[in-house]
Design a protein around this ligand. Structure first.
Ligand code: ADP
Ligand code: MG
Length: 660
């Protein structure tokens, strides 16, 4: 239906409404308040505060006094049922015409000690209810909330039809309110209880549709025929035997789950979830080996060049002697090198291609690509996840994430995937000791650093800035380099790594650190993701209050990667809840729950929002119970005969399938 049919909306308003995403009468009607203001009446006989909200009846005709040119005063008597109050309003003379004897009004204001005089900030003409619930709408410049509410009311007056997507059986099961009724209730709440029912219905509908979509995506993906393979697992065991450690049971289970996916008909779409340092890389390497055994190419994409390099070396070390040919493909390759590698890929002269985004630029032509792995998946955002597969190929897909996602979130973000989890870290690891120190304690910190250096261990030092800034009084890499050199330079080697350095310089530094030629590596958060130097046992983070929980957790995860006791020293002159959380636990799942609590679901744990589903009404955290039911119901309904005949719902699910 056309918006212009709503009384009061003209061309200019149409344009403004479009900014709010309102382009039809339906979308106007379904433009719900983002929150509600509950107005409770004060009990005049038991006041706790001098700010009051009372209902009453106007008893006297308002008098107006002009105090001077720009100030006038209006007063009248108000009968509240228990008291007569003198109500005064400043500069509101124009209200006089509405304030007749007998008018029912609600007064917002401040009352004096004698409970006689009220200076009112607001008068509302309303019926005398115990509680008023005011809907609050998001709006935009040029549209007042009042106007928006008026238009919505006009639209509600027109005869409109809304489709209820909740299947009848669930409407009955939960005794849901009728949809049309719930829409009225959301715009004009009659009571807290009714409003709750209306919202519940709307949120359920939203989540149910989302979960149906997840079912559809999952179905589509696993329906796509996977690759037919046979993999002799004995050969995989041979590689496992050469490793310098035993796989943990979670690692083994993950490998087996992936093996099952790869050898089955269905296409793999799996998330491998495991905390920092839990050992996901080896699972990826073994997966690529399985894929190699069945004759296909694999790719492994990392979010940074340093990490890609590291994976490349790792994979080579483990698989070279088994005849696997590996290539590194990043953005910084020279044209000639790149061309050579691309030719090798196209001719199937390499089996594993490890790299950054450069793996999926236009000109890369794979030869029998059977497996695509993405490391640190949360860094890429959902859109990128789609891009990988748009090359006319349908390989199996494995995502890895060190971000332990609270269950609430995993359900929505990764609802279309199977999940493998590595929960326990490799045996023999000691818990990282985390200390919180002020800048004035830097001497103690240096002493602790020296102790580690003497044991021939290595140290990371992190600062929020690269160079000095006159805008922010924060520690920076350049200055720290001088300080550390002053303290340790005589006997130990200090290195620097940051985002402004050229790729080749960064690589050299990383290489030197890995080889133990650098003892103290000073860096920004470029070091954050994935880097693995097992001899590093201390992480010192300056101005640590500047970093988010997830970044700090990731940074800390750079140490504690062997049996050696490791330390993380958080230096901050400010105490924050985040830092407090870190000193109390190293459990990534707990930390992510805390992050969730501290930040809400808006910007969780560094997960990029691009393309992520944002709900209009539901909040995955606050409404987790509804989410659980919606998921359970959607999964059952998706398989039911009723769904097969529900063409309207099927049509809706077909729309904007943007995830694949
Ligand atoms: P992440 O899961 O953070 O990517 P990595 O795969 O980089 O972790 O592994 C961290 C470190 O643990 C590496 O040095 C790796 O060799 C080592 N590691 C992995 N699995 C085991 C294991 N089962 N036992 C001992 N060490 C292991
Ligand atoms: Mg990793």
């Amino acid at each position: 239906m056309n918006l212009k049919e709503v009384k009061g909306i003209g061309d200019k308003s149409l344009h403004l409404l479009k900014k709010l995403g309102i382009e039809s009468e339906e979308s106007l009607i379904e433009y719900y308040p983002y929150r509600y203001h509950f107005i409770k009446r004060s009990d005049l006989e038991n006041l706790v505060d001098d700010k009051i909200i009372v209902d009453g009846v106007v008893e006297t005709i308002p008098k107006i006094f002009y105090i001077h040119k720009t100030l006038n005063k209006l007063s009248f008597s108000l009968n509240t049922g228990t008291r007569i109050l003198t109500v005064t309003l400043f500069n509101r003379a124009y209200l006089k015409q509405n304030l007749n004897i007998g008018s029912k009004v609600t007064i917002f204001g401040k009352i004096d000690k004698n409970l006689r005089n009220v200076v009112a900030s607001e008068v509302r003409f309303s019926s005398l209810l115990k509680e008023t619930i005011e809907p609050i709408y998001h709006t935009t410049n040029g549209i007042t909330v009042t106007k928006l509410a008026q238009w919505i009311d006009q639209a509600l007056k027109n005869d409109f039809y809304v489709m209820d997507y909740i299947p009848k059986e669930y409407v009955e099961k939960y005794h849901f309110m009728n949809k049309k009724e719930s829409i009225f209730e959301m715009h004009h709440p009659t009571s807290a209880q009714q409003l709750k029912k209306a919202l519940m219905r709307a949120k359920y509908e939203e989540l149910f549709l989302f979960m149906m979509k997840m079912c559809e995506l999952k179905e589509n993906k696993s329906n796509k025929k996977g690759l037919q393979r046979t993999i002799p697992f004995k050969e995989v065991e041979k590689v496992i035997e050469t490793l310098p450690f035993l796989l943990t049971s979670d690692q083994r289970k993950s490998v087996e789950e992936i093996y099952t996916d790869l050898t089955s008909q269905k296409r793999m779409n799996r998330l491998l979830q495991g905390d920092v340092g839990s050992g996901k890389t080896i699972v990826a390497i073994l997966s690529m080996y399985m894929n190699y055994l069945s004759g296909y190419q694999s790719t492994l994409m990392a979010p940074t060049e340093i990490l890609a390099q590291q994976h490349y070396e790792n994979a080579n070390k483990i698989l070279f002697s088994f005849g696997v040919r590996t290539a590194l493909l990043t953005g910084k390759l020279k044209t000639k090198e790149r061309r050579e590698i691309l030719a090798k890929i196209a001719n199937k002269e390499v089996d594993l291609i490890i790299g950054t985004h450069a793996l999926f630029t236009e000109d890369v032509i794979y030869n029998n690509l059977g497996l695509v792995i993405t490391d640190e998946q949360h860094r890429f955002g959902v859109n990128q996840r789609g891009n990988l597969k748009n090359k006319g190929i349908t390989p199996d897909v494995l995502y890895m994430s060190a971000t332990p996602i609270p269950r609430t979130y995993a359900l929505t973000l990764y609802g279309d995937m199977d999940i493998s989890s590595i929960k326990a870290s490799p045996n023999g690891r000691k818990e990282i000791i985390t200390l919180l120190r002020k800048e004035e304690d830097v001497k103690e910190v240096l002493t602790r650093m020296l102790e580690e250096l003497k044991k021939k261990h290595q140290i990371y030092v992190i600062a929020p800035l690269i160079e000095e800034s006159d805008k922010m009084d924060l520690e920076n890499v350049e200055e720290l380099e001088q300080k550390m050199n002053r303290a340790f330079g005589k006997y130990y080697k200090v290195g620097v790594l940051h985002g402004k350095m050229k790729g080749i310089e960064k690589e050299k530094v990383m290489f030197d650190f890995q080889e133990g030629n650098i003892d103290i590596l000073i860096s920004t958060t470029v070091i954050e993701v994935g880097i693995n130097v097992v001899n590093a046992t201390m992480m010192v983070i300056f101005d640590s209050y500047r970093f988010g929980l997830s970044a700090l957790h990731q940074l800390r995860g750079r140490v504690g990667r062997s049996e050696l006791q490791s330390y993380c020293i958080l230096i901050s002159n400010y105490e924050t809840e985040r830092l407090d959380v870190l000193t109390k636990t190293t459990d990534g799942f707990k930390i992510s729950e805390e992050d969730f609590r501290l930040r809400g679901s808006g910007d969780l744990f560094g997960i990029k929002q691009s393309g992520m589903h944002a709900f209009k009404l539901a909040d995955v955290k606050a409404d987790f119970d509804i989410l659980k039911h919606a998921k359970m119901d959607a999964e059952a309904y998706y398989k039911s005969d009723a769904f097969q005949e529900n063409f309207i719902l099927k049509e809706i699910l077909k729309k904007n399938e943007d995830l694949d």
